[in-house]
Design a protein around this ligand. Structure first.
Ligand SMILES: [Zn+2]
Ligand SMILES: [Zn+2]
Length: 635
């Protein structure tokens, strides 16, 4: 931890003011009505310093009109306010590299997130969602991503960007629930809590704290929603990225965001700033020993990248049971989408708010599913040391029951489209502004691309469930389990994915279908094609590191699927529509191609995307028996 040189004025006293307090100068740019909230967010940290015997370690001073100091002056820590949609909140803090002493910190606070509407969300694409949350991208990434694809740098704080999204989500939900008097306006309590939470977070960085993305997994939803506990922290640390907690209509709304420091924050400040009289190392070791205790869980940026295995380490997830939270979010979206149009647009207005709300809500639906998908092949990661209080081993495979529950939820919800009113899609138009200061719209298409949106989201989810890392982790989990322990095996997983994606073939009914109401819907046909491409890659273009068993199992299950397709196509009492018949005939042919194509490179992985060939898609090359002609590049 980098830290300020904070010493007691009277080291012997139990409680003493500091020799030099950490003083934040609040610039006069901060709106007058919001100053008390900003002040409260900064001073909140005194609660942690109080416990260590510091009286007023952190001080806030208001800049006056006659003050002449320069905010860039290294002698002043400043809190500056902008609304540039620049999407950042943390300014540089200057640290002595030899000692880790923090010398100066300036918070440049972008308050754009206090507004609920943002024009660029009119094109809230699956890749934008993935970039925002560092989740699996739909492959290949198509179209301009809203946030670029830059990686999270360890010192980077992108909370504001995400909070902008949360405020848009909150605005969309409130509007669609018919809760706000003026549409799109966020209630005062929301604004106050969101602002205080972001201030606490950014000030936490300037005190030396890093992100803690596991902090939101401390409590259950029921504990967070408990009105009797409204003044208690809902999460272990304000250093997480927190989503807005909105409960379904008819339930009493709890706090939207945590309102106070969590146990992890107190603990980290104790470690960094406690005045130690005797053996400092021994005292620090004693503090660190508590790492296994409830509320102190920690994981940071480098544990929370796309391929990381811990399903509880996420940006903007919520609760000890993210599967339950996802269920709640998906139900919320299903309940709101059908009423969206009437509630978000007033007479005399354009329809852009409906478009934003639709995009943000459908994004919420599949974002929730992506968190669920992370449980499959998931591994809980802990940093406890041997002998710590309540120490856990560094790695623990996610329980088989939980992996199964995750798979079941994907099958029942993520592999289907959310409920929406088809006619409302014809009203999802976007803003037509073109002038300076307004980012150029990046819409590929003016009208809403419903099929592409849903299929891209589902592609990202299938990508997570079927990528080589997930498959290896599942199989490794088998070898790491104790004898007799219930295990989610690779065969169970692959079979579950194939059967849920192609569930229409399990027991096809008798009857007649037509092209207007096809037996397999357009969304499901797209899902099945995407899945078949993934399976083809597993069999014929295995990635380095993919278990060989995944390849041979997939072959076997594809054979079984082919038999089911034959049975459905040949079923006398089932009259299929053209769409379904064409789709199944094509799928059947593709499976045949995959099963025949593979065999030569027996046991030899094609390498991470290099060389190889594509069975489907525009890049398809004919399979050749001439090995030199293939010459895959080996890494
Ligand atoms: Zn941050
Ligand atoms: Zn989290």
């Amino acid at each position: 931890i980098n830290r300020w040189d904070l010493q007691k004025l009277d080291p012997a006293a139990k409680v003493s003011p500091p020799k030099n307090a950490i003083i934040f100068h609040m610039e006069k740019t901060v709106p007058v009505n919001l100053r008390p909230i900003v002040r409260a967010g900064i001073e909140e940290w005194n609660k942690a310093f109080d416990k260590l015997g510091f009286d007023n370690a952190v001080e806030v001073r208001q800049q006056r009109d006659e003050d002449t100091w320069d905010p860039e002056d290294v002698n002043y820590n400043t809190f500056r306010w902008i609304t540039a949609e620049a999407g950042f909140a943390m300014g540089p803090s200057r640290v002595n590299p030899l000692t880790g002493q923090i010398l100066d910190a300036d918070i440049i606070f972008d308050a754009s997130f206090l507004r609920s509407w943002k024009t660029s969300y009119e094109n809230f694409t699956p890749s934008a969602v993935a970039a925002l949350l560092d989740l699996e991208q739909p492959i290949p990434t198509k179209g301009p991503a809203l946030f670029g694809s830059r990686r999270h740098h360890h010192a980077d704080c992108r909370l504001n960007e995400g909070m902008q999204h949360q405020s848009s989500l909150a605005g969309a939900v409130f509007a669609a629930q018919g809760l706000t008097a003026k549409r799109g306006e966020l209630p005062d309590e929301y604004l106050q809590q969101a602002l205080k939470e972001v201030v606490m977070h950014e000030v936490g960085h300037t005190l030396g704290l890093r992100h803690n993305f596991r902090a939101s997994a401390w409590k259950t939803l029921a504990e967070m929603d408990d009105p009797a506990k409204a003044n208690e922290p809902t999460v272990g640390s304000v250093m997480d990225y927190l989503p807005v907690n909105i409960v379904p209509a008819g339930t009493k709304q709890p706090v939207y965001y945590t309102t106070t420091l969590g146990p992890y924050d107190h603990w980290a400040i104790e470690y960094g700033y406690k005045t130690v009289a005797g053996d400092e190392n021994a005292e620090l070791a004693k503090i660190a020993m508590r790492s296994g205790e409830s509320g102190l869980d920690y994981s940071t940026d480098e544990d929370t990248e796309t391929n990381d295995p811990d399903p509880l380490s996420n940006r903007f997830d919520l609760s000890k049971d993210p599967i339950a939270h996802a269920q709640r979010q998906m139900a919320l979206v299903n309940s709101l989408l059908p009423k969206l149009l009437e509630r978000t647009v007033e007479n005399g207005e354009g329809y852009q708010r409906a478009r934003q709300a639709f995009g943000v809500l459908i994004g919420e639906y599949y974002k929730s599913a992506q968190f669920v998908a992370r449980f499959i092949g998931g591994v809980m990661v802990h940093r406890d040391h041997k002998g710590d209080n309540q120490a856990r081993p560094p790695f623990k495979t996610v329980d088989a029951a939980q992996q199964r529950a995750a798979m079941k939820q994907l099958a029942e919800q993520a592999f289907h489209a959310p409920k929406y009113d088809p006619a409302s899609l014809n009203s999802l138009s976007s803003t037509n502004w073109r002038h300076w200061g307004v980012p150029r719209s990046s819409l590929d298409r003016a009208e809403y691309p419903i099929h592409k949106t849903i299929s891209d989201f589902q592609e990202a989810i299938l990508g997570r469930t079927l990528n080589h890392l997930t498959l290896s982790r599942i199989q490794d989990g088998e070898a790491k389990a104790a004898a007799g322990e219930d295990v989610y095996t690779l065969p169970e997983h692959l079979k579950s994915v194939i059967e849920s994606v192609f569930s229409e073939l399990t027991a096809p009914p008798a009857g007649e279908f037509n092209n207007r109401t096809p037996y397999i819907s357009s969304f499901r046909r797209a899902l099945q094609r995407t899945a078949l491409k993934r399976f083809a890659d597993i069999v014929a273009k295995p990635r380095q590191g993919q278990p060989e068993d995944a390849r041979v199992l997939t072959r076997m299950y594809l054979n079984e699927l082919a038999a089911k397709i034959d049975a459905a196509l040949g079923k006398g009492d089932l009259k299929l529509d053209d769409y379904t018949r064409a789709h199944l005939t094509d799928s059947r042919l593709r499976i045949k191609q995959v099963l025949e194509a593979e065999t030569e490179d027996f046991g030899k992985p094609a390498g991470g995307g290099g060389g190889g060939f594509f069975i489907f898609g525009a890049e398809a090359e004919p399979r050749t028996r001439n090995l030199e002609a293939i010459a895959p590049e080996q890494p």
